[in-house]
Design a protein around this ligand. Structure first.
Ligand code: ZN
Length: 277
């Protein structure tokens, strides 16, 4: 079911990790950002759009993780985009014959059979010097950073006051650092939060990749919460964060031990480099 969160911007929420697919209405059809997770849900979204007489004219993946790279034949054959770095990462990771088996192994077993991998990751990079998505609709500015995943894009739809945050600023998931692709995951994360802070004044509606939609007050509150978590991680402290531990919505069942793994990884890294954090 589609729910309007701002003029011409609608959300379709998945049962998996409270994932949000975002529909932006343009002149001749819609831009679909991070379409969703199970085949059934994406087909349902495609049906809703057909009933509204709104074909998908463009797609966008915020970052190169499987749950943001999916597509379904019923959505049609519109061009699908990501940042140039996101597209290059996807090409790199999915080019060999065993790639889809590796991806399938990452998917929680209870939904694995429902996730359509046929059209996974078929995206084109937006040239690095192009700061917006090429499509016929409200301007969608690409705010690229290297937190969480290579070439991660937050999207600012200024005319509608909407920030699509991808996998940051979630009220249900802790910041998950990109521990494999970057020399300084902590600083990359903090730099991304500063970038988002820089556009916060233009935002009335915050749409995270996973979690609840937030109002203007939530943008700064979640930036502060994410920053506090990253600082606690850096100091190897215990974050006072409702997204960690037994009270966490998804921490136990879907993503157990993420916080502990991040702590251990950073401890090993600082031991190796002889630097704190
Ligand atoms: Zn992700």
């Amino acid at each position: 079911m589609l729910r309007q969160v701002a003029e011409g911007v609608l959300i379709h929420e998945s049962e998996f990790l409270q994932s949000n697919a975002i529909v932006v209405q343009g002149r001749a059809g819609v831009l679909l950002i991070d379409p969703g997770v199970t085949g059934y849900e994406i087909a349902c979204l495609a049906n809703d759009l057909r009933e509204l007489g709104q074909p998908v004219v463009a797609g966008f993946s915020t970052h190169p993780h499987w749950d943001h790279l999916l597509w379904h034949a019923q959505l049609g054959a519109a061009p699908r985009y990501g940042t140039a770095r996101c597209a290059a990462t996807v090409r790199d990771r999915l080019s060999d014959a065993g790639a889809k088996d590796r991806v399938a192994a990452l998917i929680p077993p209870d939904i694995a059979e429902q996730v359509p991998l046929d059209l996974l990751g078929l995206i084109t990079g937006v040239p690095a010097d192009m700061a917006q998505i090429p499509w016929d609709g409200p301007q969608v500015r690409i705010v690229e950073h290297q937190a969480h995943a290579p070439g991660h894009a937050a999207l600012l739809i200024s005319e509608r006051g909407v920030l699509v945050a991808g996998d940051m600023l979630s009220d249900v998931l802790i910041p998950m650092l990109d521990l494999n692709d970057t020399a300084d995951p902590i600083e990359d994360y903090l730099a991304a939060l500063r970038l988002l802070e820089g556009v916060a004044g233009d935002v009335d509606v915050l749409v995270p990749g996973h979690g609840s939609i937030g109002g203007a007050d939530q943008v700064r509150a979640r930036i502060d919460q994410d920053r506090a978590y990253v600082h606690a991680l850096c100091d190897a402290g215990v974050p006072r964060d409702p997204r960690v531990g037994p009270s966490a919505t998804y921490g136990k069942d879907w993503l157990p031990g993420v916080h502990e793994r991040q702590l251990q990884h950073l401890a090993r890294r600082s031991e190796r480099d002889g630097t704190p954090g």
